[in-house]
Design a protein around this ligand. Structure first.
Ligand SMILES: Cc1cc2nc3c(=O)[nH]c(=O)nc-3n(C[C@H](O)[C@H](O)[C@H](O)COP(=O)(O)OP(=O)(O)OC[C@H]3O[C@@H](n4cnc5c(N)ncnc54)[C@H](O)[C@@H]3O)c2cc1C
Length: 396
């Protein structure tokens, strides 16, 4: 059985199967009501509501409340929340019909920053890794690299950012703690939080907020996503090598999201999502292509796999961690046969780390011992016969 909310699984696991087994789809697209309860600053949101619909309904009630979640407004709440830090990949345990969420307070004016750079990128990137997770809790400063082809392949960097406050202090703060970026006041734009949601989603300034209610993505393109975590500093020289590799592979993008802040304050054992303190940034590998056909697909998939292999020395190890919401079947698939527990370890340790994976299999064994709720990367139930696997892994 496949459960679909927003249908944005990067490998399409809510509507396709890679195991050649027949399946039915439980598509809960009609369950998308949102009730905002301002008296308690909470909301009930049904799983098939999109993030855009949620953001719109919150802003409709208040311009000083928000909810921090993904950038793309057509992503569904059902898969997004259960993979992003609040659950353990809902699909392993049942069908989630709705969530109660706690709204956060935001100022009436926030600042977005639109920074593009083409020079000194290896130095800036190296410095970004030193500061981005520690700067200020009110600042979310991302870093993205793409290959641009103007006759010659070069790297372009963007630093899309959101600051929960007006721009008055921002220039001074940047000058003090991250002068390498060379920020100018003209690169800041003040707006309301809901306008920043549109801005981050690449809608032109002035787009009415009702655009967030459109459940159809702005564009449909083939892509492949992979993920990594950075825990140690990458030197300027190594960033130069990384950029050379990107140019060689074309179309490859690397997006760095800072961690730190509240992400680090929560214990890695208190929720299934384990990527907490000690992680400087999450890396997203993006490859997008326009050509149709299997040949192009194989070519671009290969590019991103080569890039991922190339990054091995610079990212987390034992396990090499990954982000569940950037679904990637390259890191392991479960056939749910007699070796399900061992097969689950391959991707489970990357998504949840060892301890949380083990605890999730224990929950699974209690609530769904027959493994009814499953997909190619769900949590399998483990039996007492599998105990030796966990011992062997802790020795390794
Ligand atoms: C264009 C695009 C932009 C994205 N942007 C971001 C971003 O900014 N930040 C980020 O963190 N992620 C982002 N993602 C990834 C996204 O968070 C995940 O793919 C998420 O799982 C999608 O949820 P969904 O409900 O839309 O997908 P679906 O395909 O419906 O579901 C994803 C998985 O969750 C399961 N599932 C869905 N609903 C339920 C339910 N109600 N109960 C139990 N299991 C369920 C499905 O079976 C499937 O395994 C993006 C993805 C895309 C395609």
């Amino acid at each position: 059985m496949k459960t679909r909310s927003g249908g944005h699984d990067f490998e399409g696991l809510s509507y396709t199967s890679y195991t050649n087994q027949p399946f039915v789809i439980v598509d809960i697209f009609n369950l998308r009501s949102i009730h905002i309860g301002m008296e308690h600053e909470t909301a009930w949101v049904q799983s098939s509501a999109t993030l855009g619909e949620l953001y719109y309904r919150i802003a409709d009630k208040s311009n000083t409340h928000a909810f921090p979640a993904g950038i793309c407004p057509t992503v569904g709440v059902g898969g997004h929340f259960s993979g992003g830090g609040y659950g353990g990949g809902g699909v392993s345990f049942g069908v989630v019909l709705s969530y109660k969420i706690k709204l956060v307070r935001v100022p009436p004016v926030v600042t977005v920053v639109n920074i593009k750079r083409v020079k000194n990128l290896s130095y800036i990137a190296h410095r970004w890794l030193q500061v981005a997770d520690k700067l200020y809790d009110k600042l979310f400063l991302r870093m993205m690299f793409r290959v641009v082809n103007n006759g010659e392949r070069t790297i372009q960097a963007e630093f899309p950012s959101l600051y929960l406050g007006n721009s008055t202090n921002l220039v001074t703060l940047f000058k003090k703690d991250f002068p390498e970026l060379g920020l100018e006041k003209s690169e800041f734009i003040e707006m309301s939080w809901i306008e920043s949601v549109l801005y981050d989603g690449s809608f032109p300034i002035g787009t009415p907020t009702t655009a967030l209610l459109n459940r159809k993505p702005q564009y449909l393109i083939p892509l492949k996503i992979k993920s990594d975590y950075v825990k140690t500093l990458i030197s300027q020289q190594n960033f130069e090598l990384i950029f050379e590799k990107m140019k060689e592979l074309e179309n490859q993008q690397l997006h760095f999201n800072p961690y730190g802040g509240q992400m680090s304050e929560i214990s890695e054992f208190s929720k299934p999502f384990p990527h907490r303190s000690g992680n400087t940034a999450k890396v997203q590998y993006v490859v997008i292509w326009e050509e149709l056909g299997v040949e192009a697909e194989i070519r671009y998939l290969n590019f991103t796999r080569v890039m991922y292999d190339y990054m091995t020395p610079f990212v987390s190890k034992n396990p090499r961690e990954a982000f569940l919401n950037y679904r990637d079947l390259d890191i392991g698939v479960n056939s749910h046969g007699k070796n399900a527990c061992a097969e689950g370890m391959v991707y489970g340790h990357k998504y949840f780390r060892k301890s949380n994976y083990k605890r999730l299999t224990m929950v699974k064994s209690r609530v769904d011992p027959e493994n009814f709720f499953r997909n190619e990367q769900s949590i399998p139930p483990c039996s007492s016969n599998d105990e030796s696997l966990f011992v062997a892994h802790s020795v390794i």
